[in-house]
Design a binder for this molecule. Structure first.
Ligand SMILES: *Cc1c(COP(=O)(O)O)cnc(C)c1O
Length: 447
C-alpha cells in the first residue's frame, strides 16, 4: 500500500517501536486486521489511555476519537459512573460460571428496548451470529442461509462468503481456511435487491433456514435500508417458513435507543424472528447476545436440543458495564449524538465540496459514514467505488490534526455523549485541510 501521507511516522517513535515489537509476536502486530492501518498506510497508534472523547497515544498525542472502539463507547471513554459500577463489580469477583443478577437485569433491559422475548449472552458478535445460524437451522430443520454482499456478521465460516457466479447460486469461501462445504449452503445476494431475494426464495425456499442481514449495513459504510425493504425480507421469510434475522451488533442501541429496529420495524410494524447484539450492549467489555421469539429461543439447551454454551458468557463485570451503559443511554444521549453527528456531517460535506472532492455522507439514525465517491451508495458494488487513496490522505491529515478516524474507507464514524464543543471544534478545524489533502491525492493519481 503506497500512501502519500504515510510519512507521519517521525512524530510517533513510541508507537513505531511498540508496533515493531508487536509484529514479532502477534501476526501483523494487531489482534484484529483493520487496526494495522494497511488500508491507509503508516504506523497504527498504540493507545495508552482514553477519557471522554479523547484518546492518548504512546507518544502523548491527544486525539479526538471518532472510532469509539468501533461503536461500543456510546457514553465516551472511562465514564465515571460506569467505571464506579464496574469497579464495584470487579471487587465482588470477576467470574463465577454461574447465573448472576447483572446478566438477568441486562437481559431485562434488552427485552424492554427491543422486540426480542428471550435473550442469551455470549462474548462476541461473532459468537452471536454463529449461534443464531445454528439455532435457525435447528429450529427449521433446514440448512441454507441467505446473506447480502458487503454485510459483515463477524468471522463465522458460513458467513465469510463471497457471491457465487450468478444470482441464486451458492457462495464461495471469502477467505482461505473456510472449507467450500461451509459456504456451499450460503446464498449471497446484492443488498437491497428485491428481485434477487424473490428469485433465491423461489428456487431454494424450502431449504432456507434463515436470511441474515445487518438491520442497516454499517460494515461497507452506512447504507440505510430503503423504506419497506426489511419488511419485505420479513414477509418473504415468513411466506417460505424461513426465519428473519437482523444483525444489530453495530446498530443496536446505537442508531437509536432501540437500534435500527426502532427506526424501522417499530414504525412499519414488523418484528424479526431473531436478532443479534454486541458492541454498545457490552459497554466496552466483551459481551454480546442473541435473542428473539420465545418459541425459537426455547430450542436452545437446556430448554431444547440445540447446543450452545460459554465459560465467560454473561460475565458479571461485562454485563455490569453493559447495563450501566444502557441505563444511561437516555433520549438526551441520543439527541446529543444526533446533533454532534449533524454538525460533523455538514462540516465534512462543506470541506469536501470546497476542495472539489466527490463524496456522499449517508446515515441511519445517529450512525453515519462518508464515502469518497458519487452517491448514492446502495450496495457493495457502489461502495467499492470509494476512492481509497483519497481517503488515506484524508485520514492522515485528520490524524496529524488530532482526529482519530477509522483507518478504512468502509467504516462508520462514531461519536459519543462525551463529544463536547471542544472535541467537535478540533474535528471542524481539521476538515478543510484534510479535504484538500484528499483532493491532492486524487490529482496525484490523475497525473
Ligand atoms: C462488529 C460486528 C460483528 C462482529 O462482532 P465481534 O464482536 O467483532 O465479533 C457482527 N455483526 C456486525 C453487524 C458487526 O458490526
Amino acid at each position: 500500500m503506497t500512501s502519500p501521507a504515510a510519512g507521519d511516522d517521525a512524530g510517533n517513535p513510541g508507537s513505531r517501536a511498540l508496533f515493531d515489537r508487536a509484529r514479532a509476536v502477534i501476526p501483523g502486530g494487531v489482534s484484529s486486521p483493520v487496526r494495522a492501518f494497511n488500508a491507509v498506510g503508516g504506523t497504527p497508534r498504540f493507545i495508552r489511555s482514553a477519557q471522554g472523547a479523547w484518546l492518548t497515544d504512546a507518544d502523548g498525542h491527544e486525539l479526538v476519537d471518532l472510532v469509539c472502539s468501533w461503536g461500543p463507547m456510546l457514553l465516551g471513554h472511562a465514564h465515571p459512573e460506569v467505571l464506579a459500577e464496574v469497579q464495584a463489580a470487579v471487587g465482588r469477583g470477576t467470574s463465577y460460571g454461574a447465573p448472576t443478577e447483572p446478566e438477568l437485569e441486562l437481559g431485562e433491559e434488552i427485552v424492554a428496548r427491543t422486540p426480542v422475548e428471550r435473550v442469551r449472552f455470549v462474548s462476541s458478535g461473532t459468537e452471536a451470529t454463529m449461534s443464531v445460524v445454528r439455532l435457525a437451522r435447528g429450529f427449521t430443520g433446514r440448512d441454507v442461509v441467505v446473506k447480502f454482499a458487503g454485510c459483515y456478521h463477524g468471522h463465522v465460516d458460513a458467513l465469510l462468503a463471497s457471491a457465487g457466479s450468478g444470482l441464486a447460486t451458492f457462495a464461495v469461501p471469502g477467505t482461505p481456511g473456510v472449507p467450500a462445504s461451509s459456504t456451499a449452503l450460503t446464498l449471497v445476494l446484492p443488498y437491497g435487491d428485491r428481485a434477487a431475494v424473490t428469485a433465491a426464495f423461489a428456487e431454494h425456499g424450502e431449504r432456507i433456514a434463515c436470511l441474515v442481514t445487518e438491520a442497516a449495513p454499517g460494515n461497507m459504510g452506512v447504507i440505510a435500508p430503503e423504506p419497506g425493504f426489511n419488511a419485505f425480507l420479513a414477509e418473504t421469510c415468513r411466506a417460505h417458513g424461513a426465519l428473519f434475522v437482523t444483525d444489530e451488533v453495530m446498530t443496536g442501541f446505537r442508531a437509536s435507543r432501540q437500534g435500527q429496529w426502532g427506526l424501522d420495524g417499530a414504525v412499519e410494524g414488523w418484528v424479526p424472528d431473531l436478532m443479534t447484539f454486541g458492541k454498545v450492549m457490552g459497554g466496552g467489555f466483551p459481551a454480546a447476545a442473541f435473542g428473539g421469539r420465545a418459541d425459537v429461543m426455547s430450542m436452545l439447551a437446556p430448554e431444547g436440543p440445540v447446543y450452545q454454551a460459554g465459560t465467560l458468557s454473561g460475565n458479571p463485570v461485562a454485563t455490569t458495564a453493559g447495563l450501566a451503559t444502557l441505563r444511561r443511554a437516555t433520549d438526551e444521549v441520543y439527541a446529543h449524538l444526533h446533533a454532534v453527528g449533524e454538525t460533523i456531517k455538514a462540516a465534512t460535506t462543506a470541506a469536501l465540496d470546497a476542495a472539489g472532492v466527490a463524496h456522499v455522507v449517508q446515515s441511519t439514525g445517529t450512525m453515519f459514514s462518508v464515502f469518497l465517491c458519487e452517491g448514492p451508495v446502495r450496495d457493495f458494488d457502489d461502495a467499492s467505488r470509494t476512492d481509497q487513496a483519497a481517503y488515506a490522505a484524508f485520514f492522515h491529515a485528520m490524524l496529524d490534526a488530532g482526529v482519530y478516524l477509522p483507518p478504512s474507507a468502509f467504516e462508520a464514524w462514531f461519536v459519543s455523549a462525551a463529544h463536547d464543543e471542544r472535541a467537535v471544534q478540533v474535528v471542524l478545524d481539521a476538515l478543510p485541510g484534510a479535504a484538500r489533502a484528499a483532493a491532492g491525492a486524487q490529482q496525484g493519481a490523475a497525473r
